[in-house]
Design a protein around this ligand. Structure first.
Ligand code: HEC
Length: 133
């Protein structure tokens, strides 16, 4: 009797181990599937934006200035730019814009996605146009 009991105990134990192993495998499979789903969702959701952001992070100041600023400020930054003002002041104007008495008005570039670093970099570039060397 005792032997049989022991035998079924062992059997139960083996069954329990097998079941918990199977459960663990199921869990791992499920977790992998979930991670893949989330990863894929993230990729499709932010993929194109991340690519754009990476491009914006290393802007070519000369190219950006030519494309976005030169039409108002002239290619050599001779218009609407007072090099005597502080760099911080200039950065703020690039980010927030400035409405003068009549058009053209300086647009605010922060709402178009420009960062303070990018604005500062552009201001330095404008400064270099005004003061060669
Ligand atoms: C639609 C025309 C226009 C565009 C485009 C434009 N600006 Fe301006 N910007 C102005 C005008 C006008 C002012 C002067 C505003 C004032 O003082 O009333 C100005 C002022 C500034 C100033 C402050 C200069 C100073 O001494 O007060 C900076 C710096 C500047 N712009 C940088 C830029 C940069 C960088 C870009 C491109 C990313 C740009 N601007 C695009 C019209 C423009």
């Amino acid at each position: 009797m005792g032997g049989q009991k022991d035998g079924s105990k062992t059997e139960n134990l083996i069954q329990a181990i097998m079941e918990s192993t199977k459960m663990r495998l199921d869990l791992i499979k499920w977790a992998i599937a979930a991670m893949m789903a989330v990863g894929f969702a993230l990729l499709t959701a932010i993929g194109p934006e991340a690519a754009t952001a990476a491009r914006v992070e290393t802007p070519d100041d000369a190219a950006v200035y030519k494309a976005k600023c030169a039409m108002c400020h002239s290619p050599k930054a001779e218009k609407f730019y007072d090099p005597a003002k502080s760099e911080d002041e200039h950065v703020q104007i690039v980010l927030k814009g400035k409405k003068g008495e009549k058009p053209p008005y300086m647009p605010g570039y922060e709402e178009k996605g420009m960062t303070a670093d990018e604005a500062r970099s552009l201001v330095k570039y404008m400064d270099s146009l005004r003061k060669p060397n």
